[in-house]
Design a protein around this ligand. Structure first.
Ligand code: AVJ
Length: 325
């Protein structure tokens, strides 16, 4: 499913490839153990909750990455005239704004911003805000899952791929490497990838970031059941599930789960019969892998890219890697 939407009055050009979410959600609930892909967190409510998370004291991730971008934007964006800045998982536009702010007015006019996200409404919001700040920048959006549809950016030249937020950590190591391999193959010589990576650190710091005292992360986690209800007509009651997040030392990742507080029976027009969930059963909703400097080099060699530069904060909690083909 792929088509170009007519140019809208806000002057963003669009490409879309969406569909199949219902089958994906269904497959996860039928699996043992049950899982739901973390990409389903980000409906309108979930995206708002995630923005709240990024402002929490405990959630150092976004703040730290932004401080790295701010400190190094000039160097990162040198030579970015006539570039297409492709942002994978564009969510909100705050990080790309930091980079574009480092460009002069004349250079800005030569740059195209290509937000690539499953959520058209998220792109519209961030596109509007970006237009307010940088009137002249051209925007060419792609609405699709970039894990499957990265080739949709083939018409653009001199691309700077931006994959911020350590979102690549949501993938299993194998998937992440395969994705980077594909991206590396599609990149032309001289093109770059700015990859934001949350580093392995003291487990208390990590676990606090995913178990905030205000319970925003718990609401964010439970919202995936609302998304499931809307998508396949299930009747999950979020009250019947508990948020659980912990650091898995061996796998070097935060895992998030929803654990049933009691036996529940779920119905859906997509099921034959019902789905029984027992007290203590969990639905695995997210992996957030953390990285080491070894991973940074390994990802380069496996994807055919070179590390041009790596920027970190003073605590080495987060790294922004500048890979080049
Ligand atoms: C946006 C996927 C990087 O894994 O830290 C925040 C999402 N989940 N709190 C992360 C998230 C729980 C976030 N990523």
């Amino acid at each position: 499913m792929q088509h170009n939407l007519a140019t809208r009055e806000d002057d963003i050009s669009w490409k879309t490839a969406v569909g199949g979410e219902d089958q994906e959600i269904l497959a996860g609930l039928m699996a043992d153990p049950m899982y739901l892909s973390s990409k389903f967190f980000y409906d309108e409510v979930g995206s708002k909750l995630f923005e709240e998370i990024t402002r929490l004291d405990e959630y150092y991730v976004s703040r730290t990455e932004k401080s790295i971008l701010e400190a190094n934007a000039g160097e990162i964006m040198s030579g970015a005239d006539h570039a297409s800045v492709v942002e994978l998982g564009s969510g909100d536009c705050s990080k790309i704004s930091i980079l574009l702010s480092a460009l002069g007015q004349e250079t800005l006019k030569t740059v195209t911003y290509v937000p690539f996200d499953v959520s058209m409404s998220a792109i519209e919001d961030s596109g509007c805000r970006l237009r307010e700040k940088f009137g002249s920048v051209e925007i060419s959006a792609v609405v699709a899952d970039f894990m499957d549809h990265i080739h949709l950016v083939s018409q653009h030249e001199k691309r700077v791929f931006c994959f911020f937020g350590s979102t690549i950590g949501n993938q299993d190591r194998g998937h992440a490497v395969r994705f980077l391999e594909n991206l590396g193959k599609l990149m032309r010589s001289g093109e770059r990838l700015l990859l934001g990576l949350d580093m392995v650190k003291d487990r208390n710091i990590l676990e606090k970031a995913y178990n905030d005292t205000e319970g925003i992360t718990a609401r964010f986690n439970k919202n995936i059941l609302e998304v499931t209800n809307h998508t396949i007509g299930t009747d999950f009651d979020t009250e019947e599930f508990e948020h659980r997040a912990f650091f898995h030392e061996e796998k070097q990742r935060i895992e998030m789960h929803l654990v049933a507080r009691k036996d529940v029976t779920i119905t859906s027009p997509f099921f034959d019969g019902t789905l029984g969930i027992q007290k203590g059963d969990s639905i695995h909703t997210e992996n957030s892998h953390k990285f080491t400097t070894d991973h940074i080099d390994e990802m380069a060699s496996l994807s055919g890219l070179s590390v041009r530069n790596a920027y970190a904060d003073n605590n080495d909690w987060f790294t922004l890697v500048d890979y080049v083909k």
